[in-house]
Structure formats: structure tokens, C-alpha cells
Design a protein around this ligand. Structure first.
Ligand code: PMP
Length: 456
């Protein structure tokens, strides 16, 4: 394929599309992958080449790339009532139905749902909810937000400040008042001789010290992903949430579960926060909520939080916040159908059926000489590449080992994601055991070839 042919899709992309989260140097050399359609777990490029997408798009296309039931739900709703908002007390009937469904699925006995277009907007919205509630509650000084190092909560100015990644220094972020507690990654940060439970207890003590140092009455809330996703698939260390939960309660600090990746089955449970006993006050959902077929974020408020926010909003006359397309009925119809597909059509069941094979093959790859840790849960997993299994030293950054592996896999028709020095996988929930074997067969071959190429 000649990337220089003017008028090729690749050239047209280069001339007009500005890609985020893309290595622009590599893009200029290798060109983009321009896709036309998908079928099941595969996507197809403009040259007809097919790729297994072992990342479900961006974790979200869990029902595959052409689920007819969801497509029909979208088309039916488009014919019935394709667009409306949820301002001024107006709302589409479908959006009411979706809200009932989300509350029913949630761990909350009662609650309410607020809609956005993305996970970032949903997290950003919760910050404003917290600030307004505390202000109306006579605690306007409660403004600081706690997240964890290596967390990913989005890209708006506030949610990039919550995200615990070094690259946000490019924007002069985080803003003041965004605090980053420890990352609960035992393999990476556990001390010599420390058990996993002792590690969790130490992190909890550190969190309490941070809260006290900052002033417990200055903290607005803490956000946490049940499993850190974009941080490289980091399940919490044993007993982590059980250890931090009482501390947050002690200082009246609400806990928000960012379930943008984990929500709706990725970990093998409907909610990662239930799996890991987070007992959150609020759940932030997105991605799988529409199986990736429509932009949507949802803030699911537990009853106490919802009551407090309602009271504050009544006093202020309204909650002065909203997105034009939040609660759009097309998205609501797609979400209703996607949730039905996940819950009733066996997708969640399939995650649990296929997960053992997925994790078995992941751990087998983890036996590679240069694999430091293979970690995962449900249908999310990562293999961390290291120079030395004992010291856990990474390979020199200029080797770009994970990028090389992902690029070589792409040539072989497999999409996987390099994250730091880890290779991350999160296949669609419709995947079969045979597909899992195909993915890992390609990956094993790729890894051998790449290490041979770099002379290791
Ligand atoms: N929270 C988490 C845990 C995420 O993984 C992401 C996106 N990967 C977001 C928030 C942001 O969602 P969006 O890209 O839809 O803004």
C-alpha cells in the first residue's frame, strides 16, 4: 500500500484529520488505519484487510461491530423520535425508561440518573454536583478532589486534573486542589516482605494522612476506578477498598466509582464496584452503556446523594448545568437495547464463560522471559514487559517495545493496545474461546518476532 498516493484514504486523513492520543511521528511514517465497517469482533479497513479488535474499540464495542438488534433499536427510535433534550423538565419517554433500568441495575435501592455525552463530562458533572452540594450545605471550602496516581478519568480541564498521568503536564495540569493518592498496584509498589493486605493497609493509612494534612473538611470527594483501565489494567490490591472505605466515611467524603470501563460486565460482574466492595455514593457510567454505538455518559446517584443534590438545587432554584444532547432519545434507545443484550442475551454470561480461557492464555504469555506481570479480571488483561523479572526494571524507553508489539500485531490483523510497557487487551463480550486462542496465538508469535528483531 503506497501511503503517498494522493487521494488515498490515508493521504486524505493526513491532510484533514487531527488525531488525539496518537504518536504523530509514527502516524506520518505508517499512516492511519481507515476503517469502513465491522463484523462481529472484526473491523475492516479501506483495503479490505480485517483485524480482530481485541480492545473492543475503546473498551466499548462489547456487542461487536454490527449487532443487528442494537442497530434496529437505533433505527426504530430514529423513526419514532430522533432527538430531544432533558432541560426545563422535558424528557423523551425512552430516556425515562432507561433511567428506570439503570437504577434497577445499579447497586442502589433508589436513585436518579443524570445524562452526559461522555465519561469525561460525567465525571466533570459530579465535581460540580459535589461543589454545589457542599456549598449549599454550609461547607464551601470542601473543593479538593482526591483520585489516585495512574488513574484515568477523562480529558476536560477538571477530569484531566483528576487523571494521574504525567502527560497532562503538557497542559500545565493538574489544577490546584486535585490530589493524587497512591496507586493500588501491589506488584509494582509493594515493599519487600510486605503482604498484599499489609500493602492495602499502608495505602489506607497514607490516604488518611493525606486527608488530615490537607484538612478533612476541604475534601469534596474521592473518585476511583474499580480496576484502573487506561492505567494498564490494575485490579485493586486485596482488601484495598475495604480498607479505605471506613476512612472516607469517617471524614464524610463521598466515594464516586468511575465505572466507565468496568460498568456493565467487563470484570465479570455487572459493576466493578460491587465486585470490589466499594460501596460508592455515585456511579459514573459510559462506554458499554450504548455498546459503543452512541455517545453517552450517565451519572447514577444513590438515594442519599440524590436527595442532598435535589435539596441544594431546590434552594438554588435549579441545578444550573446541562448538555444539549444529554438524554438524547436515540442514545437512550440504543442504551436500553444494549443493556438488554448484555443482561438478557447472555453477554455477561459469556464474559464469565470465556474469561477463564482468556486469563489462562494471558498468564501463559506472562511466562515469557521478558514478561514481568500478567494481570487481569473478567475480559480485561495486561502483560507488563520488563528487562528483568526480579528487579522489574523496564526495558529502555527508546526500544518502544509495547508499540513495536502492537504495530507488528496490527500487520498480522490483530488490534491490541500498548500502554506504557504493557500490552492491554479488552475484547468484546461476544468473543468465543476459539477467538481467544486466535488472539493469543497471534500475540505469542508477534512477541517472539519482536524480541528477535530487537536482538533480545
Ligand atoms: N473514566 C474512565 C475510567 C475511562 O476509562 C475513560 C475513557 N477511557 C473516561 C473516564 C473518559 O471517558 P470519555 O473518553 O468518554 O470522555
Amino acid at each position: 500500500m503506497d501511503q503517498t498516493v494522493s487521494n488515498s484514504w490515508e493521504q486524505r486523513d493526513k491532510e484533514t484529520v487531527f488525531h488525539g492520543f496518537t504518536d504523530l511521528g509514527t502516524l506520518n511514517v505508517d499512516g492511519p488505519v481507515v476503517l469502513t465497517h465491522g463484523d462481529g469482533i472484526r473491523v475492516f479497513d479501506v483495503h479490505g484487510k480485517s483485524y480482530i479488535d481485541a480492545n473492543s474499540g475503546l473498551w466499548n464495542n462489547v456487542a461487536g461491530f454490527n449487532h443487528q438488534g442494537i442497530i434496529d433499536a437505533l433505527c426504530d427510535q430514529a423513526r419514532k423520535f430522533p432527538g430531544y433534550h432533558a432541560f426545563f423538565g422535558r424528557v423523551a419517554d425512552t430516556t425515562v425508561e432507561l433511567s428506570e433500568k439503570l437504577v434497577e441495575l445499579s447497586p442502589f435501592a433508589e436513585g436518579k440518573v443524570y445524562y452526559t455525552n461522555s465519561g469525561s463530562e460525567a465525571n466533570d458533572t459530579v465535581i460540580k454536583m459535589l461543589w454545589m452540594m457542599h456549598r449549599r450545605n454550609g461547607q464551601p471550602q470542601r473543593r479538593k478532589i482526591i483520585t489516585r496516581l495512574n488513574a484515568y478519568h477523562g480529558v476536560t480541564v477538571a477530569t484531566a486534573s483528576m487523571t494521574g498521568k504525567a502527560y497532562n503536564a503538557e497542559f500545565g495540569l493538574p489544577l490546584p486542589g486535585f490530589l493524587h493518592a497512591d496507586c493500588p498496584h501491589f506488584w509494582r509498589f509493594g515493599l519487600q516482605g510486605e503482604t498484599e493486605e499489609q500493602f492495602s493497609a499502608r495505602l489506607a493509612r497514607n490516604l488518611e494522612e493525606l486527608i488530615i494534612k490537607e484538612g478533612s473538611d476541604t475534601i469534596a470527594g474521592m473518585f476511583a476506578e474499580p480496576v484502573q483501565g487506561a492505567g494498564g489494567v490494575i485490579p485493586p490490591s486485596k482488601g484495598y477498598f475495604e480498607a479505605i472505605r471506613p476512612i472516607l466515611r469517617k471524614y464524610d467524603i463521598p466515594l464516586i466509582a468511575d465505572e466507565v470501563i468496568c460498568g456493565f460486565g467487563r470484570t465479570g460482574e455487572m459493576w466493578g464496584s460491587v465486585k470490589y466492595n466499594m460501596e460508592p455514593d455515585v456511579i459514573v457510567a459510559s462506554k458499554c452503556i450504548t455498546a459503543g454505538y452512541f455517545p453517552m455518559g450517565a451519572v447514577i446517584l444513590g438515594k442519599d446523594f440524590s436527595d442532598a443534590l435535589t435539596k441544594a438545587s431546590e434552594e438554588a432554584e435549579e441545578f444550573p448545568h446541562g448538555f444539549t444532547a444529554g438524554g438524547n432519545p436515540l442514545g437512550s434507545a440504543v442504551a436500553l437495547k444494549s443493556l438488554q443484550v448484555i443482561e438478557d442475551e447472555g453477554l455477561l454470561e459469556n464474559v464469565n464463560k470465556v474469561s477463564p480461557r482468556f486469563l489462562e492464555r494471558l498468564h501463559k504469555l506472562g511466562e515469557h522471559k521478558y514478561a514481568g506481570e500478567a494481570r487481569g479480571v473478567g475480559l480485561m488483561g495486561a502483560v507488563e514487559i520488563v528487562a528483568d523479572k526480579v528487579t522489574k526494571e523496564p526495558l529502555p524507553g527508546e526500544l518502544q517495545i509495547s508499540e513495536r508489539i502492537a504495530n507488528k500485531a496490527l500487520e498480522k490483523g490483530l488490534i491490541c493496545r500498548p500502554l506504557g510497557q504493557a500490552i492491554v487487551l479488552g475484547p468484546p463480550f461476544i468473543i468465543t474461546e476459539k477467538d481467544v486462542d486466535e488472539i493469543f496465538d497471534i500475540l505469542e508469535e508477534t512477541v517472539s518476532e519482536v524480541f528477535a528483531d530487537v536482538g533480545l
